[in-house]
Design a protein around this ligand. Structure first.
Ligand code: FES
Ligand code: FES
Length: 154
């Protein structure tokens, strides 16, 4: 089947198998490899994207379900050469080690700050609880989100 969707503000089309995930279509058909594939079971959040503005695991969404809808991936967060404030904050705070979790965490954190510009630590932990990191121990990741939420960023 052929699907048509808007990805990062651009109209795109792809030929997909009916059982194909949105993650597979993004990575393999649309050449957007920012969303990572770490579990394909909805457990790790490395594939987090926004579907019509709602945070989802792209590995759990069928590509066919995105037909006619709008998807934002980590590649769509920056404004040209200007990184999103969450991306800047991850760099500033040193919140990246292997980087496999980073795109999903950046999308989830950007979603959180878009809805709640000044989250408490508990709100931050809850919002990012679906995104697993096996390297950092999360301290610098939460520091980055705090930094991005600080006045003067963005
Ligand atoms: S790859 Fe989608 S949640 Fe892990
Ligand atoms: S930096 Fe390696 S999994 Fe998070």
């Amino acid at each position: 089947m052929r699907i048509a969707l808007r990805v990062n503000g651009v109209e795109r089309e792809a030929d997909c198998w009916e059982g194909e995930s949105l993650l597979f279509a993004l990575r393999e058909k649309l050449e957007l490899a920012g969303s990572k594939n770490a579990c394909e079971q909805g457990e790790c959040g490395s594939c987090s994207v926004l579907l019509d503005g709602v945070l989802v695991c792209a590995c759990l969404v069928l590509a066919a379900q995105a037909d006619g809808h709008e998807v934002t991936t980590v590649e769509g967060l920056a404004d040209g050469d200007r990184l999103h404030r969450v991306q800047d904050a991850f760099v500033e705070a040193g919140a990246v080690q292997c980087g496999f979790c980073t795109p999903g965490l950046v999308v989830a954190a950007a979603d959180l700050l878009g809805r709640n510009p000044d989250p408490t630590d508990d709100e931050m932990r809850e919002a990012l609880s679906g995104n697993l990191c096996r390297c950092t121990g999360y301290t610098k990741i939460f520091a980055a989100v705090r930094l991005a939420a600080t006045d003067g960023w963005g």
